[in-house]
Design a protein around this ligand. Structure first.
Ligand code: SF4
Length: 334
């Protein structure tokens, strides 16, 4: 079982150079993840273009993230697909069995990574003929190196790109490094930066499914709620995913109702900003699917129905029809 506190500190040390303001960034060349890319990697191997789509899979909820936040921020025409320039930091403290990233790209392995500043990343990004209008800072776990986000914001401002590009980042809700390592000025930069959205991922519907999915201590499940509450208090444009794999014998009705109660105790409307994410078997995942994971996938198929039932009980038809970007939060108007 992963000792999240210990592993996080070790990986953070490996993944950041404060003096140079650089972060260990994944290079996709010759990696297993490279096989799943629909376009060749770019930015000298350190980037990839991802096509985000509203439609996911037949019978599953659409995924408006990060398409709708980007359209709204940049006042773009409606679309069901958007391209994003993705950069991955090369460390993650968890090992979710369904992660589409090759685990070799999560351990700070220098065979597949190098220290790059945000200025260099933007140099590479701007070399393209038609760079995507969105930059996605993902991982790995970007929040092992939370400085990466305000450093990128500062670099975009210096180049006059902050109003032209939408910035999106992920957070696996595993640590408080955002609060521990960022200065007041950096937190204020993140809070006040206009074209920024952040997605925090809940990994499971209860302690057991969280543990099965991440291989971390079950207590990490509760910490996710505390971390989301703090970020919501900041008033940034926050969204979440939830992954639903769980043992088929789970009491889904009670577990999902309890999850929803906890979220609504933080913010009554935040549930409408949580998107259930379907797990697919990408290349790095196939070898990890054993008996347990097969059963967790069976549970995922059951859980989505309970999730949709529970949400529909808690909101009106009009509320359920709201675009995710129009869901008002306690600390943030849309
Ligand atoms: S937290 Fe994200 S990056 Fe880390 S192992 Fe899980 S899915 Fe992969």
């Amino acid at each position: 079982m992963i000792d999240t506190v210990k592993v996080s500190l070790t990986l953070r040390d490996k993944a950041i150079n404060q003096d140079e303001q650089s972060v260990l960034i994944t290079n996709f060349a010759n990696s297993l993840q490279e096989k799943d890319l629909t376009e060749p990697h770019n930015c000298h191997g350190f980037g990839r273009v991802r096509h985000f789509r509203l439609q996911t899979d037949t019978g599953w909820n659409i995924n408006p993230l990060p398409i709708l936040p980007c359209i709204k921020a940049l006042s773009l025409e409606a679309t069901d697909m958007i391209r994003a320039q993705v950069f991955q930091n090369a460390v993650c403290n968890w090992r979710c069995w369904y992660c589409f990233v090759d685990f070799k790209l999560l351990s700070g392995n220098r065979q597949f990574s190098d220290y790059l500043t945000c200025e260099t990343l933007l140099d590479y990004y701007q070399e393209q003929e038609s760079p995507p209008v969105m930059i996605d800072l993902t991982g790995g776990q970007p929040d092992l190196t939370p400085e990466w986000i305000p450093w990128m914001m500062d670099a975009l401002i210096r180049r006059g790109l902050d109003k032209k590009i939408y910035l999106w980042s992920d957070d696996n809700l595993s640590n408080d490094y955002f609060w521990r390592y960022l200065s007041k000025e950096q937190i204020e930069r993140v809070r006040s930066y206009t074209n920024y959205g952040r997605v925090c991922c809940f990994k499971g519907i209860d302690e057991l499914s969280f543990h099965h999915n991440t291989n971390a201590e079950p207590s990490g499940f509760e910490l996710q709620f505390e971390l989301v509450e703090k970020l919501l208090g900041l008033g940034i444009d926050l969204y979440s995913y939830i992954t639903l794999p769980a043992l088929p014998e789970t009491n889904f009705k009670d577990a999902i109702a309890s999850f929803c109660d906890k979220i609504q105790a933080i913010d009554p409307n935040y549930l409408l900003r949580i998107v259930p994410l379907k797990i697919f078997e990408f290349s790095p995942v196939v070898a990890r699917v054993k008996d347990l994971q097969t059963r967790l996938l069976e549970g995922q198929a059951i859980a989505i129905n309970y999730w949709n039932d529970e949400i529909s009980k808690r909101f009106s038809i009009a509320e359920l029809a709201l675009p995710i970007t129009d869901v008002v939060l306690k600390n943030r108007q849309t």
